[in-house]
Design a protein around this ligand. Sequence first.
Ligand SMILES: CC(=O)N[C@H]1[C@@H](OP(=O)(O)OP(=O)(O)OC[C@H]2O[C@@H](n3ccc(=O)[nH]c3=O)[C@H](O)[C@@H]2O)O[C@H](CO)[C@@H](O)[C@@H]1O
Ligand SMILES: C=C(OP(=O)(O)O)C(=O)O
Length: 436
Amino acid sequence: MGIFKIEGGISLKGEITPQGAKNEALQILCAVLLTPEKVIINNIPDIIDINKLITLLGNLGVKIQKNGSGSYTFQADEVNIEYLETEAFKKEGGSLRGSIMIVGPLLARFGKGYIPKPGGDKIGRRRLDTHFEGFINLGAKFRYNREDHFYGVEAPKGLKGADMLLDEASVTGTANIVMAAVLAKGKTTVYNAACEPYLQQLCKMLNSMGAKITGVGSNLLTIEGVESLGGCEHRILPDMIEIGSWIGLAAMTKSEITIKNVSWDNLGVIPTTFRKLGITLERRGDDIYIPAHVDGYEVKTDIDGSILTIADAPWPGFTPDLLSIVLVVATQARGDVLIHQKMFESRLFFVDKLIDMGAKIMLCDPHRAVVMGHDFKSQLKATTMSSPDIRAGISLLIAALSAKGTSTIQNIEQIDRGYERIDERLRAIGANIVRA
Ligand SMILES: CC(=O)N[C@H]1[C@@H](OP(=O)(O)OP(=O)(O)OC[C@H]2O[C@@H](n3ccc(=O)[nH]c3=O)[C@H](O)[C@@H]2O)O[C@H](CO)[C@@H](O)[C@@H]1O
Ligand SMILES: C=C(OP(=O)(O)O)C(=O)O
């Protein structure tokens, strides 16, 4: 397992360009299974999770050609569906969360889809019921083997469009159901659909392949099934979670940073949420400019003076993936913040490490933490820590960059699974970080 050694307490300066979005890329890569024609995808991030999914597609027989940095051509004209029943697939298929989204396309095109319990972060229960209830609504037969946690759906006679109301607006669940419904017979409506920008991107890509999806961007999608889909070219959006991470990093290290080409119109409430923490962000064209916060940043209260609460919610609410970053940034703010992580129950436990570093945080229960900001009057102390999940990992990295002295972060594979060449990119703006 690799480690990062970080010499903190240094202000950074410069420009940083966000990578392509991990969570969009996972959906888009699965969609290549829907057509025998060539699909070109640009701006694919070079990170562990994405590279694992590309390997999985290769093992399924998809032809893969690298065109250049971040650009690939995929062709799923000879899919080896038997691979789904091998021991190798049982091992490999479960190693990331995003692999669950191969099931919808395979079911739609080949009448069957199997998957071992998918991996991803250990951040609480991660149910798959919404996915499989959706497939069942489309006429698939479902089976689950409790012993080896293996899920399967089959529809040898094809899928049939249906009206459905999802039990929750699951992001990967909606993507999976949409990818199954595009090739079903007749009309499907999906209400309480997730509608975040990455899902909108998926729907736009599918429409460019010949699918008929309307309502894109809303929570009611209507899908007219088509016989087959063709090839296309698609570009992945910048990663909004990475953008939020750089905003937090800039504020915490009092650095002047420009985040390039962020696709502002797809950031939703992310900029306003950081502004509530007192962070100044300027829109400059499609860039975000963050001045050095030499005098710190002051948390805004609610209109009636009550303590600011930052909570997650399905899009267009604030993404749960940025709450850990907001929490670490709050430790040096002027004022107090309640962080309410509603979706996942094990994502706040990393606060122990921040408390060890000197942060004032009260963990009220698994979902809520009150952060009492230091206003930089007391700097965090460098320490040795281990990254429990991807977003806690980056939050600890931000804490280490702000702390005086040398910190060590272990288990950095958790960070590498979502952030491309992070050490190299941070060194380019002046950070003292080495990989060992
Ligand atoms: C590979 C990928 O794209 N992963 C993202 C995806 O995961 P994923 O698609 O797995 O997450 P889901 O949207 O299914 O649900 C996330 C959690 O929120 C709960 N939930 C969800 C919707 C809802 O209306 N109410 C509710 O309580 C679910 O029970 C679950 O515990 O979306 C999550 C929520 O944005 C992100 O954290 C993950 O980074
Ligand atoms: C939780 C995340 O990823 P995954 O769903 O892949 O575990 C994340 O990206 O923050």
